[in-house]
Design a protein around this ligand. Structure first.
Ligand SMILES: [Fe+2]
Length: 187
């Protein structure tokens, strides 16, 4: 962890450095999500194509705004946002999205897993910044309002009338995609 030369008033540079480090990984997660949502927008096929294709662009726009907000918070705290693709790939702790051309429901099953991972980490960092930086915490909570809503948009396609998710118990994108599609990844 590097300590910034200055940070926001009322906060130590040591705490500022810790928050900057946490936010750099959130920045990678959001940049990764924005790219992955566009990848799905381009690769989705099958009978639900237009609904899913069109559902995803507003999510991309909102997530890109979160990317900008997060990067500018890092700069405000006296840090340097790691905004290049090489830094994203070198520093991220998760695998690249692994599904190419596939049916809408398969992609949505995989996206459910993507959103779960990102939201869990966003909540963990929101908790971790409660004492040191409530302004960062407030930003993350604001982002979670939309991220959790977007995950529900995804999950509503995977939910039965009884309230069960077809992806329940799947821990990987591919496993969730197969469960969602009922073993038929072209669905
Ligand atoms: Fe497009």
């Amino acid at each position: 962890m590097s300590t910034p030369r200055y940070t926001v008033p009322g906060m130590s540079t040591r705490d500022g450095g810790a928050v900057i480090e946490l936010l750099n990984l959130r920045l990678h997660a959001l940049n990764d999500l924005a790219l992955t949502l566009k990848h799905v927008h381009w690769n989705v096929v099958g009978p639900h194509f237009i609904a899913v294709h069109e559902m995803l662009d507003p999510q991309v726009e909102a997530v890109r705004a979160m990317v900008d907000e997060t990067a500018e918070r890092i700069s405000t705290l006296g840090g340097s946002p790691h905004g290049t693709p090489g830094a994203l790939v070198a520093e991220r702790t998760w695998d690249d999205y692994g599904i190419g051309r596939a049916g809408a429901i398969a992609h949505l099953g995989a996206l459910d897993v993507v959103y779960t991972g990102l939201i869990e980490e966003h909540r963990a960092v929101a908790r971790a910044t409660e004492e040191t930086d409530p302004v960062t915490q407030d930003m993350l909570i604001g982002q979670l309002h939309s991220l959790e809503l977007f995950q529900w948009f995804v999950r509503a396609h995977l939910e039965t009338a009884g309230g069960d998710l077809s992806t329940a118990g799947a821990g990987t994108e591919r496993g969730a995609a197969e469960r969602a599609a009922g073993g038929d990844s072209s669905a």
